[in-house]
Design a protein around this ligand. Structure first.
Ligand SMILES: O=C(O)[C@@H](O)[C@@H](O)[C@H](O)[C@H](O)CO
Ligand SMILES: [Mg+2]
Length: 402
């Protein structure tokens, strides 16, 4: 078998998605997600201008060799653009391999380790009362786990809190909007939210929270301690992780479980976190962490150190990434949870898929491959439209972690 052609499809059914489609001389096709929020065209160019020419004529069955060829061969290793491009190739090749075998992808990875993939939904509200109402809606839909975010008194807008309720759009403008941030106000307010949620819903549902890399280690330690009575499933991205050793401070102070990894691209960015047992959940996922091939390595290292997975699954990761992640989740022995923000109906129509939600769990389906397709005619009706994630400044104007 040989790769006959490959192309990049950019579409914007409400938000931008970049998809790689690889076709073989035997007529099999495979899809990989290559979406990097706010930097989409950089990955599209990396693929079209630098990767696709090297793929033509190669044997698509050599998934590992092609991964190594693109990773080692480029000389310039790692980084979000490179690793999203490699991920797209890798995902498309696994899709082709599974289709050629006539199997759903999870079978090739080692088969089912569970009957369904537990997911968490996103509840957000302008204030505590609204967030409580939103959490109730998710629980009514059958979710076993809900992430809760809420507006902070004294801050005009906060990332993750939006008018959209079943999903919110991370990239919200043609040029980046700017939010204001105060860790002091945040740290005072968040424990009150979880106190109300536990009062109302008890300890049955799993509750999660995302701090978007905005605290210092000692502030994160304080957050973890103040949330201990409410027994969260995890607190996510409490500090930026360029300095992995900084997590030791947080760990020394709190037993609230720690999750991180949605912006990680390689194993090297979480090696210390995993090997020293500084985190409980690794949130790297297929599209930004080098595809199934590399994510599997991260998960295997994590397993040895009692760290479980919690793949990123926001709306800026396309249904192609979600489909691949669900096959991975169905197999991976140290599965923790999967994030699930529902896509819009327009996006679902562009990417017909075999996965479905039922009673708090997603199921990947049994279609050969990863089970996600693209309607190219429909995709062509939604041209690229530039959009950025918002940014964050402190109240005195200092540029801050978003
Ligand atoms: O946990 C999450 O889903 C968030 O952190 C995302 O909204 C993230 O900010 C976006 O995916 C960034 O593109
Ligand atoms: Mg997050």
């Amino acid at each position: 078998m040989k790769i006959r052609s490959a192309k990049v499809i950019v579409t914007c059914p409400g938000r931008n998605f970049v998809t790689l489609k690889i076709e073989t001389d035997e007529g099999l096709t495979g899809l990989g997600d290559a979406t990097l929020n706010g930097r989409e065209l950089a990955v599209a160019s990396y693929l079209t201008d630098h990767v696709i020419p090297c793929l033509i004529g190669r044997d698509p069955q050599q998934v590992e060799d092609i991964w190594q060829y693109l990773y080692r061969g480029a000389y310039w290793r790692g980084g979000p653009v490179t690793m999203s491009a490699i991920a797209a190739v890798d995902t498309a090749l696994w899709d082709i391999k599974a289709k050629a075998a006539g199997m759903p992808l999870y079978q090739l990875l080692g088969g089912k380790s569970r009957n369904g993939v537990m997911v968490y939904g996103h509840a957000n509200g302008a204030d505590i009362s609204e967030t409580v109402d939103e959490v109730a809606k998710f629980l009514d839909l059958g979710y076993k786990a809900v992430r809760a975010q809420c507006g902070i008194p004294g801050l005009p807008s906060t990332y993750g809190v939006s008018k959209d309720k079943m999903f919110y759009e991370p990239a919200d403008a043609d040029l980046p909007t700017e939010n204001l941030w105060s860790s002091e106000k945040y740290l005072d307010h968040v424990p009150q939210l979880f106190e109300r949620l536990r009062d109302k819903f008890g300890f049955g549902p799993h509750l999660l929270h995302d701090a978007h890399h905005r605290l210092t280690p000692i502030e994160a330690a304080r957050l973890g301690k103040s949330l201990e009575p409410y027994r969260l499933f995890w607190m996510e991205d409490v500090v930026p992780a360029e300095n992995q050793a900084a997590f030791r401070t947080i760990r020394q102070h709190t037993v609230t479980p720690i999750a991180i990894g949605e912006i990680f691209n390689t194993l090297w960015q979480c090696q210390t976190l995993i090997e020293e047992g500084l985190i409980d959940y690794i949130r790297a996922t297929v599209v930004h962490a080098g595809g199934i091939t590399h994510l599997r390595r991260i998960a295997t290292l994590a397993d040895i150190h009692h760290v479980r997975t919690g793949c990123h699954g926001a709306t800026d990761l396309s249904p192609v990434c979600m489909g691949a992640a669900l096959h991975f989740d169905t197999w991976v022995p140290n599965f923790g949870i999967q994030e699930y923000m529902t896509h819009t109906p327009e996006t679902d129509a562009v990417f017909p898929h075999s996965y479905w939600f039922e009673d708090g769990y997603l199921h990947p389906g049994d279609t050969p491959g990863h089970g996600v397709d693209i309607d190219e005619e429909l995709a062509a009706k939604y041209p690229y439209s530039r959009a950025y994630l918002p940014m964050n400044r402190l109240q005195d104007g200092t540029m801050y972690n978003w």
